[in-house]
Design a protein around this ligand. Structure first.
Ligand SMILES: [Zn+2]
Ligand SMILES: [Zn+2]
Length: 428
């Protein structure tokens, strides 16, 4: 737990808490928190309590919702922030991923959640910064232990080519060689996709209902027709997520009574010019017309009045945070989080607890939620027949293999002895 990011997250979260003291509502919460916390024993040798979320060290209460920011950045890549992705975990055992922007799969892997549980992804729109990591979850998630299909919900578009089904089918086609090259080698049952495309024009339509969870979509206004926002309701708790949108009447209406309202809040126009090289014309267009400017974000939240408003979709740096914060505070004085990756919210009827997660960078596969099965050759055969390619290497490629049997065969004997059953050395 002492990775570079870990240290950085800790430092940033303290900076962040100090910045928030300026906010009226947060100041009240901060003071009452101090008053309610019994004085901790200060000692040169005794440990003190952590106020971070360390994945897999806390049970999720039966009435509790936990939301983890797994991507809060912009359409361009950076180490410090992945693009849009929020994980919602519920006390009934269900987990949902809302948007899966570029870089998000690495954040999800740091949480060490069995991949069988990360099988439901809701995409708000088809910009790469909102679904760019879908292929990594499809391939990497399978290798890391997903034995069930990856289920994807996303909007239709003004034409079939602009819808989610088209995008995901092409993604699967892009991975034609990848899938063919893995089938029959490991447990590849997770190499299956289920796409649930719904009407982007649906107004507060139910797109998912199971196990006490209702997820609805409503239109968003962003770039061209197609984008949507989501609400999730369970056990008297409500989560809403904008994906991307210019301020719109549906979010303001269907975001009402949200416990956690996550809405995009774009980097301020001056930063688009000075830090991203946009012309003033482009900065004004992108920063105020295609996206939600910080001042407009505040106005939305003043109407929605969530228990906690979460702003994301800006690079949160030492020289941008105050700018975004001050602009939001011209129009909103309620509870506010300026999101960054690995920010965590525990939501219950009693309140919303906000912390940063401390995560491990060098993660391996999490535990399997269902047992793996040995490779199935019939999957490879079926794919070779579908694609009209002959299993096995061509004579040319096979002729390039060096005879290293003398050092490889002992590995088979080693495995046979260790496991207590015979693994035969493949003759071809
Ligand atoms: Zn977008
Ligand atoms: Zn975006």
């Amino acid at each position: 737990m002492q990775g570079k990011d870990t240290v950085k997250s800790r430092k940033r979260s303290f900076t962040f808490a100090a910045g928030l003291v300026a906010g009226v509502a947060v100041t009240v919460g901060f003071i009452s928190l101090v008053a309610a916390t019994p004085a901790e024993e200060v000692s040169p040798v005794k440990a003190r309590a952590l106020d971070f979320y360390v994945p897999n060290t806390e049970d999720l209460g039966p009435d509790e919702m936990r939301v983890i920011a797994c991507g809060t950045g912009m359409p361009t890549q950076r180490m410090a922030q992945a693009a849009a992705c929020f994980l919602v975990e519920l006390g009934n055992g269900d987990k949902f991923i809302f948007d899966i922007g570029s870089g998000a799969a690495e954040r999800l892997s740091a949480l060490q959640i069995p991949y069988d549980y990360l099988d439901k992804i809701f995409i708000g729109h088809l910009h790469g910064d909102h679904f760019g990591s879908i292929g990594e979850m499809f391939v990497g998630g399978m290798i890391m232990g997903r034995h069930v299909p990856l289920k994807i919900w996303g909007p239709s578009g003004p034409t079939p080519e602009l819808g989610t089904k088209y995008a995901i089918e092409r993604m699967r086609e892009m991975y034609t060689w990848d899938v063919a090259g893995r089938l029959g080698m490991t447990d590849t049952r997770g190499f299956a996709l289920e796409v649930n495309e719904f009407d982007y024009k649906g107004i507060n339509q139910v797109i998912y209902q199971d196990n006490g969870v209702t997820i609805r979509s409503f239109p968003a206004v962003h770039a061209i027709d197609g984008p949507v926002s989501f609400s999730l309701e369970w056990n008297g708790l409500k989560f809403v997520f904008s994906s991307d949108s210019y301020p719109n009447k549906w979010f303001v209406e269907y975001g009402k009574n949200a416990d956690l309202a996550i809405h995009e809040c774009f980097i301020a126009v001056p930063s688009l010019v000075t830090k991203m090289g946009f012309t003033p014309e482009a900065a004004l267009m992108v920063g105020t017309q295609i996206h939600t400017a910080p001042e407009a974000f505040g106005k939305i939240m003043s109407t929605v009045k969530p228990r906690r408003a979460v702003a994301y979709h800006f690079f949160k740096d030492f020289d941008t945070t105050a700018q975004v914060y001050e602009r939001i505070r011209t129009t909103y004085d309620g509870p506010l989080s300026l999101a960054e990756d690995f920010m965590v919210w525990n939501v219950t009827k009693e309140g919303v607890r906000e912390r940063m997660a401390l995560v491990e960078e060098a993660t391996w596969a999490p535990p399997l939620a269902s047992p793996a099965i040995p490779p199935r050759m019939e999957d490879r055969v079926a794919e070779s027949e579908r694609l009209g390619w002959e299993i096995g290497y061509s004579d040319l490629i096979a002729g390039g293999k060096l005879d290293y049997r003398d050092v490889i065969e002992p590995i088979y004997r080693e495995a046979s002895e260790a496991v207590g059953r015979e693994f035969e050395y493949p003759e071809n």
